[in-house]
Write a protein that binds this ligand. Structure first.
Ligand code: MF3
Ligand code: CO
Length: 249
């Protein structure tokens, strides 16, 4: 069941989302060669708490950390560790905040120092595919219109979309209906209505779309060892342009 949010609920989700965006913006300046992903997690946790909010992922279904930190061939759900970031790496940070009964969720993939131009292209195309998907999230469109537009952009640029993980509704729960795949034919799935809050999150692989989950039960990596990027926004469907709630303003 897809839950439509009231104006009051929307403003609470927007506040959680604003803290998510501010945290990602703060972390942007910290992602440099020499820092460990655990140090980044600590900075994120302190920043979120200083904003009187709670890191949403820690303890969620047993997840052990406040952020997901996925390096290079790690697709999503990388667990922060003593791994030191090196020039040329990419780091996906996925971040959720819980405040006053509601969640916000977003992800961004950062270059560490200077990266190859082909890596830059992967990041650019992935972020573009998110924005193209968001553009479709309007009243009277259907869920797979988002999915299809993302897949089309990614594949026309020679990359592949991960199929094993999807975007989701969000609100009082981190994961609500509907599921939002990043692939599929247009015109399918639930009709979008104003008042829906959705987390759209394409994961894009440089090589094949297949992923495997490591023995830690969380970290998803690419089967072929090639790079993967992940961008996510929480958005509000309206009768007009979608409102990006996790945009840094
Ligand atoms: N953005 C991810 C998602 O929506 C993060 C969940 S990580 C978890 O699924 F640890 F909370 F599970
Ligand atoms: Co999400």
């Amino acid at each position: 069941m897809i839950i439509l949010k009231s104006q009051e609920e929307i403003e609470k989700i927007a506040l959680s989302c604003h803290i998510v965006a501010k945290t990602l913006d703060y972390l942007r300046g910290k992602v440099n060669p020499g820092i460990t992903t655990r140090e980044i997690e600590q900075l994120a946790e302190d920043f979120i708490k200083a904003n009187n909010a709670v890191p949403a992922f820690k303890g969620y279904r047993g997840y052990p950390a406040s952020i997901c930190a996925s390096v290079n061939n790690e697709v999503i759900h990388g667990i922060p560790s003593s791994r030191v970031l090196e020039e040329g790496d990419i780091l996906g940070i996925d971040l959720g905040v819980y405040k006053d009964g509601f969640y916000g969720d977003a992800a961004y993939t950062f270059p560490v120092g200077r990266v190859d131009s082909e890596v830059e292209r992967l990041l650019r195309v992935t972020e573009e595919s998110l924005n193209i998907g968001i553009e479709k999230a309007r009243e009277d469109k259907r869920v797979s219109d988002i999915s299809h537009s993302i897949q089309k952009h990614v594949e026309s640029n020679g990359f592949s979309v991960v199929r094993a993980f999807v975007g989701h509704g969000i609100g009082r729960d981190l994961h609500e209906d509907p599921q939002i795949p990043n692939f599929g034919s247009p015109g399918r799935g639930p009709r979008l209505r104003s008042g829906m809050t959705l987390a759209i999150e394409p994961m894009v692989n440089e090589g094949g779309h297949e992923v495997v989950v490591l023995d830690d039960g969380w970290t998803a990596i690419t089967l072929d060892g090639k790079l993967s990027a992940h961008f996510e926004h929480t958005i509000l469907v309206t009768t007009d342009k979608p409102r990006i709630l996790t945009k840094i303003t």
